[in-house]
Design a protein around this ligand. Sequence first.
Ligand code: ADP
Ligand code: MG
Ligand code: MG
Length: 898
Amino acid sequence: KTRVYRFGNKTADGNRSMKNLLGGKGANLAEMSAIGIPVPPGFTITTEVCTEYNELGREAVIALIKDEVEQAVASIESQMGATFGDKDNPLLISVRSGARVSMPGMMDTVLNLGINDEVVQGLAKRTNNELFAWDSYRRFIQMYGGVVLGMKPESKDDIDPFEEIMEHLKHKRGIELDTQFTVQDLKDLVYDFKDAVKKRIGKDFPTNPWDQLWGSVMAVFNSWNGDRAVYYRTMHGYPADWGTAVNVQAMVYGNMGDNSGTGVCFTRDAGTGENVFNGEYLINAQGEDVVSGVRTPQQITKLGSQRWAVLATIDEQERFEKYPSLEELMPEIYNELNEYQEILEKHYRNMQDMEFTIQDGKLWILQTRNGKRTGAAMVKIAMDLLKEGMITEKEALLLMEPNKLDELLHPVFDTAALKRAHVIAQGLPASPGAATGKIVFFADEAAKFKNSILVRIETSPEDLEGMNIAKGILTARGGMTSHAAVVARGMGKCCISGAGALKINYKARTLTVGDKEYHEGDWISLNGSTGNIIEGKVATMEPELSGEFAELMILADKHADMKVRANADTPNDARVARNFGAQGIGLTRTEHMFFEVDRIKAMREMILSDTVKGRKQALEDLLPMQRSDFEGIFEVMEGCAVTIRLLDPPLHEFVPHQLATQKELADEMHISLQAVKNKVAELEEFNPMLGHRGCRLGNTYPEITEMQTRAIIEAALNLKERGIVTKPEIMVPLVGTVKEFEFQKNIIVNTANAIFEERNETLEYSVGTMIEVPRATLIADLIAEKADFFSFGTNDLTQMTFGYSRDDASKFLPIYIEKGILKVDPFEQIDQEGVGQLVKIGTERGRSVKPDLKVGICGEHGGEPTSIEFFYNTGIDYVSCSPYRVPIARLVAAQAAI
Ligand code: ADP
Ligand code: MG
Ligand code: MG
């Protein structure tokens, strides 16, 4: 088999489709070479060799590829007319990493390889440029030392050992920039660098070019298993066996003087998506100089340069003299570059991010790839490419990274402000968005400041109102499906959960991170998209739902055949959902309606009463409130199906746990404080999640189901009177046996019939069930005989199938994921292997008796891309997710169908 693929001189062994084998960089270098873009010649050692290296080790792998590599180097030599290691006419090369996906900054590259004390003389003579030759040598020792010999800072707060030497010299010489070094300075640096290496590793710096080459190749392989790369890989779920390719390529020199330079450019604006060519470059520079910030880079285009001057607040004259654009400084090179960027964008049919180098007036392209971009840019670029006729509708949809749409749906931080931000800790990005406010520690004090951030160890349903008032929510405990997280996502409110580094002291009203202490009223900011917790205020901007975004959604619906509904508990949620294109409500959690202040009292009275009569009395008070809620939701969702789930909370969540509130309640109900306390204790459960909840509640207290049914049916009838079409779907939660469902259904049907009789009017409605207890999936055929529809509650189903309490899982899930026991959090992505099977079985068995049984998904997975795709392939009719994820789900539904 071939282990080395060559490219250069307008030909190549590989091409762009071979990313898995050649890595992204290698595949695109081959492709560019083949279509005639000037790429320095070179070759790619495949990712398979990386895997072989991990198994066989260094010597065995060198033996495997030695011949191929030597021949490929010879081929570069003949194309460049120079010889590797030659004293008079030396060829220098770069050794570049390149995995199949781009992992920016995660792996290593060595430039100017093949140089030593003799070669540097030859290079100087040959180019008649001593400064350049010694600068290249100095750079090589620095990079090789760092990457291959491990000359890195010894601790986190140390500076780079080579940088330290350079800083020292700069200080001594009273200069600021690398470009100000003299030949003698560079010679001194090379000497001092080598000395430092010898001191630290006890060996001489390798002088043999071939030793240098093999050393670098192995170092690149090793970098695949380096800490940074492993972290990045795990974060994105890239498997370890992908490996990295190694690209070896002839050097082109951007550091040869004022007629040379290097830069990066984008075919479109990666921030906004605007169709403007843009980028940055530096004269007399090499490699990473542009991005590393050693000097202020200049703009590629004149337009960009002028825009930049405004930001930098310098006038036109100064701009032109000190920071001219490439377009102004080297118009011919600029025109050529502009030509290539157009060719490459057309060729790849996507926005490109390119690297280039100018060597003594000649332009070389060193890399191209699909550019990373913001959510806004992603949408605009795809829709523009579609309009320009470059891509098809389906291709435009597939260009979308669904989760990135999130950025368009919530307020966002100002990008410039974010760069200066001081991040104090990180938690889970539970609900995206940007929030800035003053710290409060208690929900009922959220209104204390105009903008507040609610900081809690964890939140409870009693905090709902405060959560709604606060600009953002930060918790020290809890995962992605913790109370705080779910509620916040539903509200579209920024939330960071499970930030374990936070020490919260309610009594002292302090938040401590490390040795820093924050107090109530201190400003903090939350970046809900990254999980970053930032000290102080950060400016935000309102999101713009641009025209392209709406167009994209229309396109998505055109290609999707799975429906998308929303989870909404209030008319307001429903309105948001409908605006985002929800085709129905898949889940209304009626218990959330009871948490509001004036209602929770009636609710508590109901729970605390010992008699049916007492309960009925309290329910009477609740009926009109529920009815008006349902009317509101039905009205917003006119013509669409609305699934309402009957009450499903553990009862103890409703009773007050604080003494003051208990007293208040006792007074109001004219019972003793002790009676309240007794009831609270009585309701306390060992395992509330497996306790007295769901249909178990409705079956033990049928009057609750009666009241809720009445509220739903009466609301629908009231709207019918006003000529508004409703499609109520009443859903029974937590069913595990057929009888459980039948009992509830009887109550519902009897209540509805009674109302129809009272009002002499009827209405169509359906009665279905949540499938969330594993047992229900197994007897789904029996349940389907009685139920009109199924909706999988995948949160509970996951919880019960794994036996993981989702409110306690944050204690062990992160460790499980870190250790690789679990690949991902199953509350975030549906576990296709296990829980997914139950979804499949439940659907199949249900449809075996009712072929057209409507099956939906409610639960957090309904808004998660990989899960949505799985549900689509399982034949689910619709997914239901929080309103703010509806556009994402619509997009994924389209992608799944393509
Ligand atoms: P990364 O993947 O981190 O971007 P690269 O392999 O692209 O690393 O290399 C880092 C820098 O070195 C880039 O700016 C690249 O353009 C430059 N570079 C790499 N190979 C060469 C070469 N043969 N000649 C000149 N510059 C090079
Ligand atoms: Mg690069
Ligand atoms: Mg449930």
